[in-house]
Design a protein around this ligand. Sequence first.
Ligand code: CP
Length: 349
Amino acid sequence: MEFSDLYGRDLICTQDWAKHELDLVLDLAGRMKRERYSSGYSSVLANKTFFMFFYNPSVRTRQSFEVAATELGGHAQFLEPKAMRLKTEKTAGETVEDAAQVMARYGHGLGIRILEDKVGTYGEGEDLLREYARWSTIPIISMAHDKYHPCQGLADVMGWSEWFNKGTNYPPDWRTLKGKKLLVTWGHGALARSWCSVQEAMLIGSRYCMDVTVAFPEGFDLDPQVIKWTEKNCNKNNSNFETTNHVSNGYKGAHVVYSRHWMSPEAYQDGEFLKQKEIEKALKYPDWICDTQKMALTDNAIFTHPMPIDRGHEVTDEVASGPRSCIYDVAENRLHVQKAIMALTMAGI
Ligand code: CP
C-alpha cells in the first residue's frame, strides 16, 4: 500500500481529503491500535517535533497528541498564545506569515485549536488555520477549530465501525457503516459549543455511506455549506440525508445517536461571542436531551459523543454510561488516528 502521497499534507477538514486517503489513515490507525508498542512504529517520528498550539483548553486532544508523539519516538511541544507575541486586531506583534515560516524551520508538524470564545466571527478560526497553511511548509493539523474537527471525525467512524464489526479488539471494517443511520441531534446545555465536532461527523459519516439525519430546534441551523456537502456526499453514495426540527422523530431507526450541544448562528455579533445569551437560549429546551425513552425508538443504536459530555443536559447518565455507549472507545481512537495522521503527514510512511 502506498502511503507517501500524504507526506506534508494539511488536515483541516476531512472533506479536503479523498476517501481513499481517509481509508489509509483508518487502516493504519487500526494496525497501530493492534500493534501499539511494536518496534515497527516506535521510531517513526525520531528527531521530529509536533507543535500543539492551543487557544482553548483540552483534555483528550492535548493528551492524545502528546502520547502519540511519544509512542512514535518524537516529541510534542505545548504552545499557547500567551507564551508568544502574536499580532492581533488589538495588539502589535508577530504576523502569521513570520511565525509559520519560523516554526516550519524547527518542527515537522503544527496542530492548532481555536474555537468558541477565541474567535469573533464564525470562520475566523478556519481562516487562521488556512493562513498558517499558506505560509508553512510543514503539515497544519486542526486540533478542533470553529468549523471542523477532523481528528475527532476519524476517531468517530473508527469507533462506530468497530462496534458494528466484531468489537474493539478487531480491525474495524468501514463497510459496516454503509446504510447505518447516523442521528446528529442538538442537546441543550450550558457550554455554548462550536459546530466543529458535529459538522465533521456529518461530513465523514456521509463519506462512509451512512444515512444522516440532523435534528435541532428552530434557530440552531448549522453551516449551510456543510449541509450542502453532506447532502452531496449522501447523494453520491445513494444514502439518505434529512434535517428535522422535531425532538424525537429522528431517533426512529437510528443506529448511531450523536447528541451534542451547539451554539446558534447568532452567537457572534459585531465581533463578540455572546456566550451568556447563548446559554440562556439553549437552556429553554430541556426536552432536547438524549434519554432511554428516545433511545428506545432507535434500532438498538450506540450512543456516541466526542466528549467532554455535559451530562444531564445533552444526555442522561443512564445512556452515557450505558451498555451501548461507545464514548471511551472513540476517545481512545483519537490516539490511534492521530498516530496514523502524524506518521503519514510528518514522516511519509
Ligand atoms: N473531543 C475533544 O476534542 O476533547 P478535548 O476538548 O478534551 O480535547
